[in-house]
Write a protein that binds this ligand. Structure first.
Ligand code: 4AD
Ligand code: MG
Length: 433
């Protein structure tokens, strides 16, 4: 009977059968009479047991030559075993080496962070990194389902742009033929606003770039952002959509990523508390609160990471900090009619000290005010002519936000630094591998 090739994730359909499983060697150990091999193939982990007297001739010696990360083909009989990781074990009859692995650099012992990131292309194979990538995958999938189910149209916005989206000082520029400089997109938002006037409710989801010289655990130079934009929605509607999305993503991860959370030793009790409505605080009240706690922060200053942590500590849910001073926010945010020193904006701060995962706002829909803001920020109105057109032809109340994927994944996974939340992080001192 020909042997069936099976992935570890598919073993459940082959209990009692003779199968061949291709994979990479994680660990081997052997007593005189029985040997164990832990195999991984991306779909799961499998222990194969080799009883010396029952396996084919030569297999025992072949087993002895196996090293970490060698590519092998193991044949044997599938056994259900409740104690085994994944619930199945293989009583092996043979193993063949497909491709060797000599001196794999990442051994089960501890390595320094710099070393691990130099070997990121290999580190990706380790159990924790696999778990993080799988949580990220689940969240990406949940994001697209969330918006699809609510009738949003996904619009893919350009990465090469001619205008600045957020901050002039944080742009990657590149020569663009005869047209001067192009910039790598800091945001898809401005294009998203144009698309919202076509479709009503849209989102974009793609890589964004910031030439920020920040070396914090919250900053990458390339990160993924999901940015919905909604016509006829004001700042309150915007926050309701944010809490609906964030609690949906957390619930989805809790539903489908328990194995990954176990691998990551994530305390999921904190995540269970992430339900709408989230706490809300105006920026002005936030400053007063920080001052009452002994901080010397003054009204007008941006909140730092420590301020965000201190504010968030009082709540189980994420916290919206609303209506920041206009002077520290981007040009497109709508002036707050109740206090024109401020804008109708909000940040969403994740609990457990993770800080800002979302920045959002109602957009300035008044042509003259927007033009004045563009000029006041030293931007070239010519480059924003198309953006101003949106206020000229059927101007509309609209709002949107950007959810940073890596910050969200880092928080949900409970990992300390966002650089592990993306396969190949880009930071100011890192472009390899
Ligand atoms: O607050 P930001 O800069 O907002 C915008 O870009 C708006 N255009 C969004 C919108 O309204 N459509 O960025 C939004 C989010 C942050 O809350 C954070 O999660 C993430 O993007 N982010 C970063 N993530 C990693 N590294 C960086 N350097 C980041 N900068 C922002
Ligand atoms: Mg922000």
């Amino acid at each position: 009977m020909p042997t069936t090739f099976v992935s570890i994730g598919g073993l459940q359909h082959h209990v009692g059968e003779q199968v061949a499983v291709p994979g990479w060697v994680m660990t081997t150990r052997s007593s005189g009479k029985i040997a164990f091999l832990v195999l991984r193939d991306g779909s799961g982990y499998l222990q194969a047991v080799f009883p010396k007297t029952e396996i084919v001739a030569g297999a025992w010696d072949r087993f002895a030559t196996l090293t970490q990360e060698a590519n092998v083909l193991v044949t044997g009989t599938v056994r259900a075993d409740a104690r085994a990781p994944g619930g199945y074990e293989l009583t092996a009859s043979d193993v063949t080496l497909v491709a060797p692995s000599v001196d794999f650099p990442i051994s089960p012992k501890e390595h320094g962070t710099a070393f691990l990131f130099e070997h990121r292309h290999l580190w990706l194979r380790s159990r924790k990194q696999v778990a993080i990538a799988r949580v990220r995958n689940e969240i990406e999938h949940a994001i697209s389902e969330f918006f699809y189910d609510r009738g949003f149209i996904r619009v893919d916005t350009p990465i090469l742009t001619g205008s600045i989206g957020e901050q002039a000082g944080e742009l990657f520029a590149t020569d663009y033929f005869d047209l001067g400089q192009a910039y790598l997109a800091q945001t898809g938002q401005l294009y998203g606003e144009a698309a919202a006037a076509a479709h009503g409710r849209i989102y974009c989801f793609g890589p964004t770039f910031r030439a920020e010289k920040s070396k914090t655990r919250r900053h990458l130079t390339e990160f993924w952002m999901c940015e919905p934009e909604v016509a006829f929605a004001d700042s309150d509607d915007n926050m309701r959509l944010q809490e609906e999305l964030v609690s949906y993503l957390v619930a989805r991860a809790l539903e489908r990523c328990q194995g990954e959370f176990k691998e990551l030793e994530r305390d999921t009790a904190r995540l269970e508390k992430v339900t709408a409505p989230f706490a809300r605080l105006t920026y002005t009240d936030a400053i007063a609160k920080l001052q009452a706690q002994g901080s010397d922060i003054q009204w007008g200053a941006d909140l730092g990471a420590d301020d965000e942590t201190a504010l968030g500590a009082a709540y189980d849910t994420p916290l919206f900090v609303m209506n920041y001073p206009r002077a520290i926010k981007a040009f497109y945010m709508k002036e707050n009619p109740a206090d024109p020193r401020t804008v109708l904006s909000n940040d969403c701060l994740a609990p457990e000290g993770y800080g800002e995962i979302i920045g959002g706002s109602q957009r300035e829909d008044d042509y003259d005010k927007l033009l004045a803001r563009i000029i006041a920020q030293g931007l070239d109105p010519e480059s924003y002519k198309w953006y101003l057109d949106l206020r000229k032809y059927g101007g509309f109340v609209h709002s949107g936000f950007g959810l940073g994927l890596e910050r969200t994944v880092a928080w949900i996974c409970g990992i300390p630094h966002i650089r592990e939340a993306i396969a190949f992080p880009r930071q100011i001192h890192r472009l390899y591998p």
